[in-house]
Design a protein around this ligand. Structure first.
Ligand SMILES: NC(=O)c1ccc[n+]([C@@H]2O[C@H](COP(=O)([O-])OP(=O)(O)OC[C@H]3O[C@@H](n4cnc5c(N)ncnc54)[C@H](O)[C@@H]3O)[C@@H](O)[C@H]2O)c1
Length: 386
């Protein structure tokens, strides 16, 4: 294998498997200024025939029906876990122990204890690690962080992040989990909201929160007359306090009709505000009102595809806009680069320490919803904020 290639083994061929496979393929064929190219070696999942078809469709050389085969493959340098949350811990730890660099979908794990074991394993093995918080890789989101860090908003006083979808809004729909217990929207969409808040504003110190299951019972499955209790949360709303003094509101739901993939944030500071909406992902709305200048400001809509904007060199000329799938491509390209160069994944990418921190915040949200009190998140357990 050429030194400029990183062998990829993926576990999971569902929605995220398809998304990551597309990302590796795009990065391989549009290499931009990257230090190395991914080589799609093997894709696997529980159903061997489906894995075989996935390999043929997505351009992998081989397929597997057991993640252990991928972890044992000497050509695999990057183990990509795109399977469901309850299949993250054991394969990721085994991959790290086998010396593979590990990319894992979010949420990192089912709970913080599992997240700590995963972080300890990758740190002990000395491998690169990343959690697929893909929204960090939207050019406008990265530009937002750069503007905040450069003091363009002055003192940051507030952030509101919400992530709303509506695919579970209709109470007549059967359980999407077919009776198999799953984690709810706090882990699914809320983890993105928590990570974006940390990426933009910093550590969260304490929370007060409410969690709802709006539809407590559903049909067991398509065509079934059986009714089952739904224990997964459908929505949450949390008021958070940041260590640096800012206030925040974080929300997620998949039962708010009319919201398809509405991930939005607004950040307000002493000298300006900015806002972003995934459904219009190339634009960042920025209103700078420098104090004492007498300038009344006015919101500018920045099309973040220009010379000097993040990721432009990897894609098209200015004004040639990007889509949702490009964020995943930017993410896998950054991870492949980090493996090839040894440069840190942080701060632009989320490490396992960030993945663990998102779980710790989610657990504080759950504790607060249960206790009705403000709950502290506690100091990061291992690894500094990246
Ligand atoms: N970053 C994002 O934008 C984003 C979007 C959607 C989902 N996700 C995350 O990606 C992960 C996968 O979600 P998805 O939507 O692709 O799900 P999916 O159901 O479409 O695919 C899940 C994959 O995991 C495998 N799998 C499930 N249970 C397994 C088990 N017990 N043993 C072995 N394999 C198993 C399935 O066979 C399948 O290949 C989840 O953790 C989810 O939170 C991330």
């Amino acid at each position: 294998m050429s030194a400029a290639e990183i062998g990829v083994g993926m576990w999971g061929y569902g929605f995220m498997g398809r998304t990551h496979a597309n990302a590796y393929r795009q990065v391989r064929h549009l290499p931009g200024a990257h230090a190395a190219r991914p080589r799609q070696l093997v894709i696997g999942g529980r159903d061997g025939e489906a894995a075989r078809q996935a390999a043929a469709t997505y351009g992998f050389a081989r397929h597997a029906s057991d993640w252990r085969e991928i972890v044992a493959d000497p050509e695999v340098q990057l183990f990509d876990n795109s399977a469901w949350h309850d299949v993250h811990e054991e394969p990721c730890i085994a991959a790290a122990q086998a010396g593979k660099h590990v990319l894992c979908e979010k949420p990192l794990a089912l709970d913080a204890d599992a997240g700590r074991r995963m972080l300890a394993a990758v740190e002990r093995a000395g491998v690169q690690h990343m959690v697929a918080f893909n929204y960090r890789f939207a050019p406008a989101v990265r530009r937002a962080r750069e503007l905040i860090a450069a003091g363009q908003l002055g003192e940051v006083r507030r952030i509101h992040v919400c992530y709303f979808q509506d695919h579970q809004a209709d109470a007549s729909l059967p359980s999407p989990w077919g009776g198999r217990s799953q984690t709810g929207v706090l882990d699914g969409l809320g983890s993105h909201a928590i990570d974006l808040a940390r990426f933009l504003v910093g550590e969260i110190e304490s929370v007060t929160a409410d969690i709802r299951t709006f539809i407590p019972e559903r049909g067991a499955g398509a065509g079934s007359r059986e009714r089952i209790a739904m224990t997964e949360d459908d929505a949450f709303s949390a008021q958070v306090a940041f260590s640096a003094g800012a206030l925040g509101v974080l929300e997620a739901a998949w039962v708010y009709a009319g919201s398809k993939n509405a991930l939005r944030f607004e950040v307000n500071g002493s000298e300006g505000s900015l806002s972003w909406n995934l459904e219009d992902l190339n634009h960042l709305h920025f209103n700078r009102v420098p104090s004492g200048s007498g300038d009344p400001g006015g919101t500018r809509s920045l099309l973040v595809t220009d010379r000097g904007d993040p990721y432009v060199g990897a894609w098209w000329p200015p004004g040639h806009v990007l889509g949702w799938e490009h964020l995943h491509a930017n993410l896998v390209a950054a991870f492949v680069d980090a493996i090839a160069t040894g440069e840190p994944v942080a701060p632009w990418g989320a490490t396992f320490a960030d993945g663990l921190r998102a779980i710790e915040v989610a657990e504080a949200i759950r504790r607060s919803a249960a206790s009705g009190r403000r709950e502290t998140v506690g100091p990061p357990s291992i690894g500094a904020r990246s």
